[in-house]
Design a protein around this ligand. Structure first.
Ligand SMILES: Nc1ncnc2c1ncn2[C@@H]1O[C@H](COP(=O)(O)OP(=O)(O)OP(=O)(O)O)[C@@H](O)[C@H]1O
Ligand SMILES: [Mg+2]
Length: 214
């Protein structure tokens, strides 16, 4: 792979005496979208957190070949916006260097510009999700972590939100790890799909998507 942004070797990960992850190796390209699928509770979120450096308690190694931790944008299952800050302020606060033009450009892309001064409590779940997506891209990320970002949206809104993530990604391609239960979603977004299975979890299948993203 030409430009690898993340090289992860997990020998094992346990919570207490319970082994959750077995041996897993992952190298992620700088502009590669990799989906992680697998049954509920198998360890997808745990793997995502380890890959993003958010969970350091595991056996193995996490390397950033670029020599430093990349800027990471995250979208979790819950939007996790700060309720006492407006949508625009939520984006600004995530940015290391304030970049209002980028923030407003993203809000525009995600159809939220007219709600930039609204508080998260006044948004629908779909809008809050989109605001969380905008915030993830507002940090000029080199790596984007998405953990089931479209669950509990209706089918149309989920499809629309997927398109918006890809629009943001096409404007500024990054490495991306997408956790999902949804095989069709993985196939429509990713270059590569890793299927987790077994206990402790390992990669039971790796599928390279032909003609990714249509
Ligand atoms: N902080 C924790 N302490 C103890 N056990 C944990 C912790 N986090 C996760 N686990 C356990 O590790 C296993 C894997 O959890 P994880 O959240 O990674 O699964 P998942 O594949 O993301 O599940 P889902 O699809 O339901 O989100 C589960 O059995 C869970 O109970
Ligand atoms: Mg999970």
């Amino acid at each position: 792979m030409a430009d690898v942004i993340l090289r992860l070797h997990i020998a094992g990960k346990a919570f207490g005496t319970r082994k959750v992850l077995g041996a897993i190796d992952l190298a992620l390209g700088a502009r590669e979208i990799v989906a992680i699928v697998g049954p509920s509770g198998c360890g997808k979120t745990t793997l995502l957190r380890i890959a993003g450096g958010l969970e350091r308690d595991f056996n193995g190694s996490l390397e950033w070949p670029h020599g430093r931790t990349p800027r990471i944008g995250t979208v979790f299952q819950e939007p996790r916006l700060l309720p006492w800050r407006t949508v625009r302020e939520n984006l600004r606060l995530a940015q290391e260097t304030p970049d209002d033009a980028l923030a407003d450009n993203l809000l525009d892309t995600l159809g939220l510009l007219q709600f930039a001064d609204a508080y998260p409590g006044t948004l629908s779940l779909g809008m809050a999700r989109r605001a969380a997506i905008a915030r993830a891209f507002a940090v000029s990320p080199e790596l984007v972590l998405l953990d089931e970002p479209f669950v509990s949206l209706d089918a149309d809104m989920a499809a629309h939100s997927r398109d918006l993530v890809l629009t943001a990604w096409r404007a500024r391609p990054t490495a991306m790890l997408l956790v999902t239960h949804d095989r069709a979603e993985a196939e429509s977004m990713a270059d590569r799909i890793l299927e987790l299975g077994d206990e402790p979890a390992r990669i039971v299948a790796e599928i390279r998507v032909q003609a990714p993203r249509g």
